[in-house]
Design a protein. Sequence first.
Lengths: 152, 152, 152, 152, 152, 152, 152, 152
Amino acid sequence: MIILGSETDMEVAEKAMSVFDLLGVDYEINIASAHRTPERVKKLVKDSKAKIFIAIAGLSAALPGVIASYTLKPVIGVPVSGKLNIDAVFSILQMPPGVPVGAVGLDNGQNAALFAAEILAIKNKKIDRKLMEYRKRMKDKVIADSKKISSN
Amino acid sequence: MIILGSETDMEVAEKAMSVFDLLGVDYEINIASAHRTPERVKKLVKDSKAKIFIAIAGLSAALPGVIASYTLKPVIGVPVSGKLNIDAVFSILQMPPGVPVGAVGLDNGQNAALFAAEILAIKNKKIDRKLMEYRKRMKDKVIADSKKISSN
Amino acid sequence: MIILGSETDMEVAEKAMSVFDLLGVDYEINIASAHRTPERVKKLVKDSKAKIFIAIAGLSAALPGVIASYTLKPVIGVPVSGKLNIDAVFSILQMPPGVPVGAVGLDNGQNAALFAAEILAIKNKKIDRKLMEYRKRMKDKVIADSKKISSN
Amino acid sequence: MIILGSETDMEVAEKAMSVFDLLGVDYEINIASAHRTPERVKKLVKDSKAKIFIAIAGLSAALPGVIASYTLKPVIGVPVSGKLNIDAVFSILQMPPGVPVGAVGLDNGQNAALFAAEILAIKNKKIDRKLMEYRKRMKDKVIADSKKISSN
Amino acid sequence: MIILGSETDMEVAEKAMSVFDLLGVDYEINIASAHRTPERVKKLVKDSKAKIFIAIAGLSAALPGVIASYTLKPVIGVPVSGKLNIDAVFSILQMPPGVPVGAVGLDNGQNAALFAAEILAIKNKKIDRKLMEYRKRMKDKVIADSKKISSN
Amino acid sequence: MIILGSETDMEVAEKAMSVFDLLGVDYEINIASAHRTPERVKKLVKDSKAKIFIAIAGLSAALPGVIASYTLKPVIGVPVSGKLNIDAVFSILQMPPGVPVGAVGLDNGQNAALFAAEILAIKNKKIDRKLMEYRKRMKDKVIADSKKISSN
Amino acid sequence: MIILGSETDMEVAEKAMSVFDLLGVDYEINIASAHRTPERVKKLVKDSKAKIFIAIAGLSAALPGVIASYTLKPVIGVPVSGKLNIDAVFSILQMPPGVPVGAVGLDNGQNAALFAAEILAIKNKKIDRKLMEYRKRMKDKVIADSKKISSN
Amino acid sequence: MIILGSETDMEVAEKAMSVFDLLGVDYEINIASAHRTPERVKKLVKDSKAKIFIAIAGLSAALPGVIASYTLKPVIGVPVSGKLNIDAVFSILQMPPGVPVGAVGLDNGQNAALFAAEILAIKNKKIDRKLMEYRKRMKDKVIADSKKISSN
């Protein structure tokens, strides 16, 4: 389940959704703010059958940590860029010992989805194969790009 | 009500408690972690008759914001120093529009209590008078210190 | 009373003014610079009957602290963004023990007004009710936004 | 598999090992530096049957990213504190789109192990139960600490 | 005139005083806090016949700026180190256009005094000569140190 | 004498020149890079009869410090903004004990000129009077701005 | 050999290429990502006869360090700017003792090429002469720029 | 030639000297401050037959850049840690286009020497072989350390 702290985080979420679509991973998407709708976050998390949560949030990004406080499923946090950037990064990264969140880079919705897919791929050969193909395409693109610039 | 994210924040809390004792302000103190005991935070806040909350927390300090999500009472946040410092500062400061927290400086439990007392003093002449005395003593100390160093 | 350090901080002030208008909170607005017009800051603060001061300033933002040095009323500081951002944030946040300022996030005029309203609402049921409605609308917006993106 | 960039990261690794011992999770531990022994990192990762990698490193902490470049298994990165701290944090966090690493907080070996355990617990009821007990003990400790300070 | 924001800044002030003693520059020293004793700062500055002000302060170091708001004499600001350091640095450095402060480095009381002496030396040949001797001694020390390490 | 590290710093220099023109302070302006033309910097400084040097530079802004190494006249440093900002700020601010530079804020050419004028005004009544008028106009502008926004 | 972490770093590479063209230094250019194509990086480095490697990369810029892990030739790293900047800077700069990388400034492809040319010039008089001419032109440009602004 | 900005940088220089001794690289060591002894820096550099310069300095570390302004030989800069750290790092790293310095990590005298040795090894087979042995020992140490911790 992908949870956004605000509608304005949608651009980052779309990167994650594109990756899931490509890898054939099912997902659900919701907006729920740790600060504006705390009960809703709790209900979404507690009622969910999702195996993994991806939380996307900016500013004082409490969302990933609050989700992690309600579940023992893996929570992946994506800091969203703004005027400071380090506010979202450290709010998500510096969880206290005992309640883990796995953080990916600033605005990196793509890696959040890939990391989730890697987790699922431990027990799912189909996703594992798709991930291999995905990484192969990346490598091919690097080589193609390299040829293009060398021949100029 | 003073809420600490962890027992290790006690040193900062004691600065606030000393100020309240001096000003004759009643307070209650509890430990409740936004990440380890989310239900407890909610219950403490929802059941409380406190006029003001002081939340003291370090690292990814979600506590003040989570308290603010459950109440319309003023929430004062105190970032606690650690290896990074800016993690706690920005987690507390950069709340999203709509859910305010008033942040004081790093480890500055004293100012959290004084700020709370100033809020209460709007309608409480006794606390107002005590605050005046407190500030007077500060001024006198500056002048005394100044004399001491000038005469050396 | 809202005090701006400079006319260029008006955009942040307008966020605070909109919230006050919505909540039915009376306010006065002035420009007074701690550095360019120190006497004016003092006179405004000393002569004022305001219950709360909101100080909005950027760069080396001494304004909230200077106001706090002249009054025992609660002072809320709003750092205004610029080339560095952390200059205004830390100038406002890191007050010495004894003279408190409650800081809200960068450019967050909205939260300054909401925080002030929360303080007034302790003793004013009408503002308290307006705050409840305000927060309810925020929650409804989150749910409506969530529905909109889910149905796409 | 836990991989340390250097023997000096052992203190952080021990936090992870304690958690694994407590939760009954099997693990292997090795030292392999992305910069001093690149072939060794590759061989360890390629030959391993591990379901998850935990990489612990400081300074320009390339280790988690280099491991992630050789495997599609989830890689959890732990930045180790030093003179700058932000060097290790951002080296681990800011992976390019396509090759994910899930970062935990500075020196937070404990959360790396818990995050790994949460991943395994998706399909392993025994670890899931142990995690529940672990979190329960944390909650009980918060409540016990709170009673202790309130009664003083 | 040297003004300290607090007695705890004395160590930095002593570096300035040693330099003035060495150069034969007369000075007066006072403690006056911009936040705790604003009237005192104003009175000290307005009543003073000093040609230059050196303001030494930490945290949200408003002191140099507040002094500059009351005088057209040159104000030299010395940020004092603490838990963050950048709070004092940027509070002193980032003055708004129109009210200048000349900042020296963190805890660098020595350079504040030398800078003041350079200003006075424009019209005072005796101080100018003492400054030349001071710099000569520094150069000689570098050469002596260099010989010492080369011969080891 | 105003010295720019590069032609691209001209915009900041123009702010200083406008202030000098307004205050009737004579100045000379040159470009000389500490890194690209070290001999030229030395020659300009050694041959100059200027009472004060203003050095404007960005990136690793060695210019103010290098000028200060060749003269005992006051050197005012102006950091110029770029991709990092803190590179220029700290290169100028953190001079070693013994060789002072007085730093003004980022891009703040105006304050560099005003600070220089304040130094000259110690012995020059005409500049002193012009400075008074300058500050008076600033105050009047604040009051006029305040009236304008209050009446809206 | 110039190696880019990604096609998007091409703009910085072009600055290096222009300098090499000007100085008559032969070079080869390739794209190879430490994270997406680790084998390719290794093969390029191990098979290369290049005397010096220039690695240009952004984000968690492991490329220079990974190249350095495969060769004893000098590796020059160029951090590429992005949303944070300090991620690339510290990933490249903070190499562990034993595996050196020489870092140049943010986006400073020009200096990477000049630094490489200086290394080659130790044994190559032709490049040495071209470097002298290059630096001479820079000096002339500074003087010409200075004349232009002085005469305005 | 190794040049230190101050005697206090000796600890970092010793790391470089140990590496040179181990690799059989001849070196000379001097103290010369860019700010306190500019003429001495120039003379040392201009008169030197050294193939490479290593400059070690803290604070506003102008030394590497100033050396680079006087020579076309490669200059390696080593930032020395202090209260801020980023002052020395960015003063050394952010050289303007045209005058390169190759920076190594904070206090990393060892890597400065290794980088210099790599440059010399391009044309010197003996140093090249010593470097290979050095790196081999590092690898062996990693493996030995790994065995030690695994067997515990």
